[in-house]
Design a protein around this ligand. Structure first.
Ligand code: NZQ
Ligand code: ZN
Length: 385
């Protein structure tokens, strides 16, 4: 096992009627900004519950945060925060609202010029306005981690940042409110969480059996519960299991002491930036292609994954690896998530654009052991044309 540090200070409130508890988590003198997206919180009861819980607080609302939240929209919130001397943020919605809030919280206190540098140049965050989260969509894990992903319209780019200042103080997880999700978002959430686990698990063995088994448990639960929640988002038990699985998939626990990859995400972010494809769908395209390219290097873990997660116990190593890759793609397709670029109208010229961007940024050895070179990226995407 590799050496590691683990720190996660996020307090979780999970289940029904938890929103009422937020009043006790926020300082009574707080000048709050409530941030949300395109209006789903008005239809699933979250807005009313928040207003009811915070009736004795001063609240300014900031709505309209878009899926794949942008720098441009975030900076509008930063202006209002400075003008109104807001000192507490509350994000209510999916991962996009939470990620925007993390960036806004850091950008409002940034003193080193344009806060875009936090994303484009990985300039470290040194302070953030404190914030809490009400999560209504199981997918990203952002409710219990320190990461955020922001897009910039003017440059057609999408970058992530990570900072210990970007942990929420608390997160309320609401499977009931997630019951109003459209089915395609439930499918997205299941696949995003699945690939988060894969990015931390499917590398090479380092004798870390507890991390492996945590990861396999989350994968198996997603395979069992994801389709139930997809069939009926209002199935509370299935949604609750999906939600906790998605949180556990990316709250830092399973990455302790093991190598990570994250190149599927790096390539996927380009497909979102260039074509607006939903985040999870980009991952479903890239993952099978990248595995086909790195099947030898990742062979040991692919065989372990096939055996323990999909019960693939027969055949040669080659056959088992093929079966593990196709079972995974079939699982994504069973949730209505297509795995080929042509399904999204994306052609070969996009592959060249992505490879060129990686070369220009000197992203020459991404992921696990630096195996995802620009050439590997090209081949992976060509497999999925
Ligand atoms: O905008 P509203 O009206 O709220 O509607 C949203 C949005 O249209 C809707 N929605 C959310 N909860 C709902 C609901 N509709 C009905 N009922 C509910 N209960 O769902 C739509 C999608 O929401 P969004 O927040 O964009 O989805 P998701 O949670 O999948 O977040 C995706 C973003 O997270 C980033 C992605 O790149 C993408 O930008 N990620 C963040 C990560 C992190 N911070 O750790 C890790 C991930 O890998 C990912 O990259
Ligand atoms: Zn993701």
């Amino acid at each position: 096992m590799n050496d590691f540090e683990f720190y996660n200070p996020v307090k979780i409130f999970f289940g029904r009627d938890q929103i009422l508890k937020i009043a006790s988590q926020i300082p009574s003198s707080a000048n709050i900004m409530l941030l949300y997206g395109g209006g789903s919180i008005f239809r699933n009861g979250v807005y009313d519950n928040v207003i009811n819980a915070l009736k004795n607080f001063k609240i300014t609302e900031f709505g309209g945060i878009e899926p794949n939240p942008t720098y441009e929209t975030s900076m509008k919130a930063v202006e209002i925060i400075k003008e109104k001397k807001i000192d507490y943020l509350l994000a209510a919605g999916g991962g996009s609202v939470v990620d925007a809030t993390k960036f806004i919280a850091a950008a409002a206190l940034y003193e080193n010029g344009d806060p875009w540098k936090i994303l484009s140049k990985s300039d470290p965050v040194t302070a953030s306005i404190p914030f809490g989260v009400i999560l209504t969509l199981p997918a990203t894990g952002t409710e219990m981690n320190k990461n955020s992903v922001i897009s910039r319209k003017s440059t057609v780019e999408k970058f992530a940042f990570s900072s210990p200042y970007s942990f929420p103080q608390f997160s309320v997880l609401t499977p009931e409110a997630a019951g109003t999700l459209p089915r395609n978002q439930v499918a997205n959430g299941t696949v995003d969480a699945f690939v988060h686990v894969i990015e931390q698990y499917l590398t090479y063995p380092v004798n870390a059996p507890i991390q492996d088994r945590f990861a396999e448990a989350i994968l198996i639960t997603l395979i069992e519960e994801g389709p139930k929640a997809y069939a009926n988002p209002a199935d509370y038990d299935a949604m609750a299991n999906l939600m906790w699985s998605a949180t556990m998939a990316l709250n830092g626990l399973i990455m302790c002491g093991v190598p990570g990859d994250w190149s599927v995400h790096s390539i996927g972010h380009e497909l979102t930036a260039l074509h607006g494809i939903d985040h999870a769908r980009t991952l479903a395209i890239v993952l099978p292609g990248l595995w086909k390219v790195l099947r030898v290097e990742k062979g040991k873990k692919l065989i372990q994954y096939g055996e323990r997660v999909w019960n693939i116990t027969e055949g040669t190593d080659e056959e088992r690896i093929d079966a593990a890759i196709s079972k995974t793609a079939e699982f994504f397709e069973s949730l209505g998530i297509k795995t080929h670029l042509s399904d999204y109208g994306v052609k070969k010229d996009t592959i060249e654009k992505i490879v060129k961007r990686f070369e220009e940024r000197k992203w020459l050895e991404l992921g696990d052991r630096g195996l995802t070179t620009p050439e590997a990226t090209r081949k992976a995407l060509e497999y999925q044309l």
